[in-house]
Design a binder for this molecule. Structure first.
Ligand code: SF4
Ligand code: SF4
Length: 652
């Protein structure tokens, strides 16, 4: 493996990569050295949609599909194949988020019927707002009755066949008009995902343009459908997040405690594990086995979810899941769905760690399966915590918990941004809009997404975000990107004085806001859509999301969900830059549609730039262009930082 220092910007990760090597453990970093990306698949030029193939549609060296036509056996061209592959990625990403949202809707229904002990309605105000969105009568009906109707209405959004998804009406009116004109308003969540698979089947849609249009429809069904349902109903069940102090990195693990790691995406079970770990019976059992207590920590988006609502620490992001086990102190790693590596049971064999799968949708050979059902969640959670306690005395191998642990603030829903900026008596986005108009804040960027071992872990997120805040761009974050920047110390109010440009620092210091705002898990990118909509509705920054001085990015993406998210950002009017690799480069025609042609249709487009500083500059240039179009460019002096100026700031 290349020098550990080159593999991550995170010191705990670098340290444990050394231990993994000594312990003879294979990690994703090592495997990335051995498994080279397939060059044909990487550019989206491989179709395996029927048994006449797989067809590798390779162009002669140096030629593009604009000059030469190459086809698969059925005659499908490079642009059709690229567009199909892209649409299939969107469909898979949207399906993952939507199944998450569906599980939350089912749990709300069970809770409302009194069939899910342990779950209650924590945010009645949000429930009532959702009742209005779904046209459900409120009156003086009992809250459980309203919750049941809201749960059923949300669940019906998945199988709806006609009409429009309910949350589409939350978007700015002008955006809704664009969607209606293009015919891409989602009808039902499952319907759009199924149609994406049908269209991309052999011999169906053979036009890259119509494939792309449906890609937007399926992605919108995720952003303004499945994901938004997941976010909103989780807020109802578990409470809308409020700013909360958290700690992050592998140093949150405690050698003298039973350590339980919850990893994956759905907080339904992990909420209960937090409760079970505080149960006096469990604590007594842990002490009887020689432990000081029970320590619950999270990995990936489950971590973001339970941190936001309980202050439970985050052990790390995607590429740290194997390394958490390598510390030798993780007694159980409990996984649900998404972003879980199949290598975990193998890594765990070198230690004493129990890998416990909990979803009937996600089994891993070598793991223990303790299935979770909402009607019996408390008992499943207790069984899992008990398994961790039983594993504690069997620790084998050398223990090494890196000393790295960083404080940060998380839990900013779009509603709490309202309160923080406008105050309790008049919650409002007005101060944010005013500060953008007067130029103290240049614009807003959503920087989200995964880690990818093809690039230096965390460094692309951190460098991009530092560049943005230095240039007075307020950054909104979710997912593993938020965890990366939290580890780098960017998610504290103090980071404003240290890293932000003068204007942004001034605003952050006035309201006690970090310059980088943690808005939750991947599914909570819907909160960024709502924040953007709130800015439009507040006024003064145009009448559509595409008018805002705003941009999006996923600089270390790896998941199909990231493509779905990026596509719904673009379809919602946000210029979006991805790093690492771009999955359609085999077709110049289709890539041009994404990078240029979409602008005409939805007033936003994709871009690809793996260098974090160059990508940040693309975003800043876009933000400045939008400021100019709004006539607010005079309010600020336009300064782009060169290397010398950045070093000057670094030295501060
Ligand atoms: S659908 Fe066409 S391009 Fe794809 S594998 Fe079959 S024959 Fe080849
Ligand atoms: S950001 Fe990506 S890697 Fe991280 S949890 Fe979300 S989808 Fe998984």
């Amino acid at each position: 493996m290349a020098d550990h220092l080159d593999r991550s910007a995170c010191p705990a990760t670098v340290q444990l990569l050394g231990k993994a090597q000594q312990d003879g453990v294979s990690t994703a970093f090592l495997r990335a050295d051995h498994v080279k990306p397939c060059p044909i698949g990487a550019e989206g030029s491989c179709c395996r949609n029927c048994a006449m193939g797989p067809c590798r549609v390779l162009l002669p060296r140096g030629k593009s599909d604009l000059e030469v036509e190459v086809t698969g056996v059925c005659g499908a061209t490079t642009d059709t194949i690229s567009a199909r592959n892209f649409l299939r990625m969107i469909a898979a990403g949207a399906a993952a988020h939507s199944d998450h949202g569906r599980a939350v809707a089912e749990t709300l229904i069970a809770a409302a019927k009194g069939e899910a002990p342990g779950y209650t309605i924590k945010d009645e105000y949000k429930l009532l707002k959702l009742a209005l969105d779904f046209g459900i009568e409120v009156g003086d009906r009992p809250i459980e009755e309203i919750a049941l109707d809201v749960g059923k209405a949300a669940l019906a959004q998945f199988s709806q066949q006609e009409g429009e998804l309910a949350f589409i009406k939350k978007a700015p009116l002008k955006r809704q008009e664009i969607w209606r004109k293009l015919g891409i308003v989602p009808r039902g969540i499952d319907r759009e995902i199924v149609e994406a698979l049908h269209r991309t089947h052999m011999g169906v849609d053979q036009d890259a343009e119509t494939l792309l249009l449906h890609g937007m429809r399926a992605a919108l069904a995720d952003g303004w459908g499945g994901s938004m349902i997941g976010t909103e109903l989780q807020d109802v069940l578990f409470g809308t997040p409020q700013p909360i102090l958290g700690q992050v990195n592998l140093g949150v693990l405690k050698p003298d405690h039973v350590n339980v790691i919850v990893h994956g995406h759905e907080p339904l079970l992990s909420e209960m594990i937090v409760v079970a770990a505080e149960d006096p019976e469990m604590l007594a059992l842990a002490r009887a086995k020689g432990a000081e207590g029970i320590n619950v920590a999270g990995i990936c988006c489950t971590a973001n979810e339970i941190l936001m609502r309980h202050g439970v620490p985050i052990a790390g992001n995607f590429l740290q899941q194997e390394l958490a086990i390598v510390t030798g102190v993780v007694d159980a790693m409990v996984v649900d769905v998404q972003c879980i590596m199949q290598s975990l049971p193998k890594v765990a064999q070198c230690y004493h760690t129990r890998i416990i799968t909990t979803s009937n949708r996600a089994h891993i050979p070598g793991a223990t399966h303790i299935e979770f059902h909402e009607h019996d969640a408390v008992n499943a959670a207790k069984a899992i915590v008990r398994a961790a306690i039983e594993a504690f005395p069997h620790r084998t191998g050398r223990v090494e918990v890196p000393p790295h642990r960083v404080d940060f603030v998380a839990g900013f829903s779009h509603e709490t941004i309202d309160y923080l900026l406008g105050g309790v008596f008049r919650a409002s986005y007005r101060p944010l809009n005013d500060n953008i108009i007067n130029g103290r804040i240049r614009g807003v960027a959503g920087v989200v997404g995964c880690n990818n071992p093809r690039v230096k872990h965390d460094s692309v997120h951190v460098e991009m975000v530092k560049e943005l805040i230095k240039n007075d761009v307020l950054v909104l974050q979710t997912g593993c990107s938020a965890i990366a920047c939290a580890k780098a110390g960017l998610l504290t109010p103090e980071a404003a004085a240290r890293y932000a440009g003068g204007g942004l620092a001034e605003v952050c210091e006035a309201v006690g806001l970090p310059p980088v705002i943690h808005m939750g898990a991947c599914v909570d990118n819907s909160r960024i859509l709502m924040a953007a909509t709130a800015m439009v509705k507040e006024g003064g920054l145009g009448d559509d999301i595409s008018d805002l001085p705003a941009a999006g990015a996923a600089p270390e993406w790896m998941s199909e969900k990231a493509i779905a998210i990026g596509q719904y950002f673009v379809a919602s009017g946000v210029f979006t830059v991805f790093g690492v690799t771009w999955p359609t480069t085999g077709s110049e025609k289709f890539t041009r549609m994404l990078f240029e042609g979409l602008e005409e249709k939805v007033k936003a487009r994709w871009a690809y730039e793996p260098d974090p500083i160059k990508a940040a500059r693309l975003m800043i240039e876009h933000i400045d262009a939008k400021r100019k179009a709004l006539g607010i460019d005079k309010a600020r002096e336009r300064v782009l930082y060169d290397m010398a100026m950045r070093r000057g700031l670094e030295a501060l």
